[in-house]
Design a protein around this ligand. Sequence first.
Ligand code: SAM
Ligand code: SF4
Length: 353
Amino acid sequence: MARSLHDGFGRSINYLRISVTDKCNYRCVYCMPEKGVPPRDHAELLTAEEIARFVSLVAAEGITRVRLTGGEPLVSHRIVPLIEEIRAIPQIEDIALTTNGALLPRMAPELRGAGLDRVNISLDTLDPARFSQITRLGRVEQALAGIDAALAHGFHPVKVNTVVVRRMRQDVLELAKLSLDRPVHVRFIEYMPIGSTASAPAGERSSCRAMAAEQELDARLWDASDVVPSDELRERISTEAAAAGIGELEPVDAAPYGAGPARYWAFPGAAGTVGFISAMSNHFCSSCNRLRLTADGQLRPCLFSDAEHQVRDALRAGDDDAVLARYREALACKPQQHDRIDGTARLMSQIGG
Ligand code: SAM
Ligand code: SF4
């Protein structure tokens, strides 16, 4: 049986989130610049074999759950073989993937066949015009077809992720209502200052508070006033639902598998649930069980800290001891909790959300 490694604060670390690419077929306004992330030399990025090798090494150190993310993991040509390789590692109990869903209708059968257990699909609005505005390149029907494909191909549980940004004026009740007749778990996530210390156009950072509501969001111009605290949002959804005759949200006892930091509620008689992830208003650092691996082979102990530990060179040199030494070093450096206001230099698409 694999041993379970603890960090410096006694937290057992069993969950690895892997960014398989920082490229994406969308350009969500809060996540990516309009022109995409700067192109990278191929040699800088981990190959599928290197990622799988890393997972097999850390599986012996207690990693049992893996999430593949990005960027958009489904634009990576190596995603299916990578899932197959990770599936073959005996200690790995759970393989999940976060996607914008656009390529799921086409790829769901082969992803399932490769051994993927479950998917989270991102969807920030059901309004077609607003969806295209937020994603810049997407259509809402793609995400909806992605959700249907995930359900049809037996991924379980299926979760829908919505990042709530005050200025985006999202149709949150309509999104929550997706859980009424589908067994999906709609989770509302507080907007986090990821990428907010990346170089922003001169003069703009200081003026971001004054940005007009109609102005386009930019991850580099994150502003605290755009965060909608989960409690405020839950109350709003509950009140609007009661007024619409749906009934108020009620807390649920049994959260879906892999609930992590989300707290779950449900409408009376609903097939699914509504979750809230309060990364900003009520951080959950004391139970954090995860590490992140970026597409260029950096281990990040904390989403909110730019401290990174490079494993790519050791992997490439075939030096397993050095890889594990870097892994243990990253674990030992995992901070007790994150600073809630400080941002990060890398964008979410470059870290792996
Ligand atoms: N492309 C895939 C997708 O959109 O699901 C996977 C990568 S994306 C970076 C993962 C998640 O991070 C998405 O749900 C996205 O909305 C979320 N995200 C991006 N920037 C964020 C931010 N600043 N705060 C909170 N969530 C964010
Ligand atoms: Fe792409 Fe996901 Fe970022 Fe949107 S949130 S730009 S889909 S990586």
